[in-house]
Design a protein around this ligand. Structure first.
Ligand code: FAD
Ligand code: EPU
Length: 292
């Protein structure tokens, strides 16, 4: 008997990941699971640990490029209700890692709680947003977090205060941990004004970014000097194409994967963008997207 036969209803093998990412490209996961409970997730994680198999968490796949060769080991998604609950108590909101960011923001609007509405338009899950400290120059998700519930590699559950998560610009030190939930401290305000700010933030984003195209948002982090988009644009790279991948004409830090794109096209285009910006401005761009 193979180890995965212990999880007949949870594990599937050779599952294509393209449909689970916003780029819509990439190869399969060797093992793929959507556990129904924390207990089942714990058993799976412990078993992979014993087998020496890598485990990767997949949220909405909106900051992710999966390579054609696919991914060895287990890929876990958390769409089940146990992982996507939202609870509000006074000014505190706790959301499961599998909850969509936008769904969590809708709760804050209904309850008249301010602090997360400017993240509207970011298409990820709470888990993915916490892992990468998603945000905008106006607000990062870490600004409102007080604590997180995490699962370690042997399936043990821990609570971690926010000040120990190593949050910085698009970073945390939560690699190697599974984020199960996050708790936020928010401020009371009328539903109408929270909703109004959400609308303003979303519309500003929609005006400046190609939200409907197949992308993973900005591919590079902003260097300290200025926006990466500023340098990529000044380097004349808008519209540059490799295979099916092209630099967006709307926002220079977006790579769009047109139909027929393969992951190598995206990586090759990113290498060209990086080289040109380095040659022209002496600035080394660091990728923001995660490559599997
Ligand atoms: P994924 O892409 O699925 O995963 C990203 C990383 O998080 C991976 O390393 C994954 O293993 C890890 N991860 C996911 N879930 C968990 C978990 N439960 N526990 C541990 N690790 C986990 N980002 C911004 O910051 N600001 C923006 O304004 C913004 N705008 C965007 C607009 C568009 C149109 C798109 C497509 C993307 C945009 N992004 C933006 C990027 C992306 O949406 C965010 O980074 C988002 O937070 C990623 O969440 P996800 O659930 O999709 O994570
Ligand atoms: N700019 C250009 N050309 C462009 C786009 C922008 O020259 O095509 C210049 C303009 O000077 C503009 C400046 O860059 O004033 C800033 O542009 P923008 O406000 O779009 O901000 P950004 O720095 O490019 C960052 C985040 C986005 C986030 C916006 C919110 C990073 C890498 N990007 O973009 O996050 O939505 O601010 O304004 O931090 C993401 O991380 O995936 C992402 C989309």
């Amino acid at each position: 008997m193979n180890w995965w036969d212990e999880f007949p209803s949870a594990i599937r093998r050779g599952v294509p990941l393209a449909g689970y990412t916003t780029f819509g490209i990439g190869g399969p996961a060797e093992f793929f699971a959507e556990p129904r409970s924390i207990a089942e997730l714990g058993r799976l994680i412990r078993r992979c640990h014993e087998e020496g198999l890598p485990v990767r968490l997949l949220g909405k796949g909106s900051n992710l490029l999966v390579q054609e060769a696919g991914v060895a080991g287990l890929v876990v998604r958390l769409p089940a209700p146990q992982f996507s609950h939202v609870e509000v108590s006074g000014n505190r909101l706790t959301a499961g890692a599998g909850c969509r960011l936008e769904a969590m923001i809708s709760h804050t609007v209904r309850r008249g709680l301010r602090g997360l509405e400017c993240l509207s338009g970011i298409p990820g899950t709470v888990g993915g947003a916490v892992r990468g400290n998603a945000g905008t120059p106006l607000a990062e998700i870490s600004g409102a977090i007080t604590a997180m519930t995490l699962m370690g590699p042997t399936g043990t559950i821990y609570d971690l205060p926010a000040d120990q998560a190593g949050f910085g610009y698009r970073r945390s030190n939560l690699g190697g941990w599974i984020i199960l939930a996050a708790t936020f401290q928010l401020e009371e305000e009328s539903s109408e004004s929270v909703a109004q700010r959400r609308r303003v933030c979303f519309q500003a984003k929609r005006r400046r970014q190609p939200l409907a195209a197949r992308s993973a948002g900005c591919v590079f982090k902003n260097p300290p000097e200025n926006s990466a988009s500023f340098f990529i644009d000044r380097a004349g790279l808008k519209g540059t194409r490799v295979g099916g991948a092209r630099v967006s004409d709307v926002h220079a830090n977006y790579v769009i994967a047109d139909l027929g794109t393969i992951s190598c096209d995206v990586l090759c285009l990113m290498a060209i963008m990086r080289r040109r910006v380095q040659d022209q401005f002496g600035i080394v761009l660091e990728p923001e997207i995660v490559v599997w």
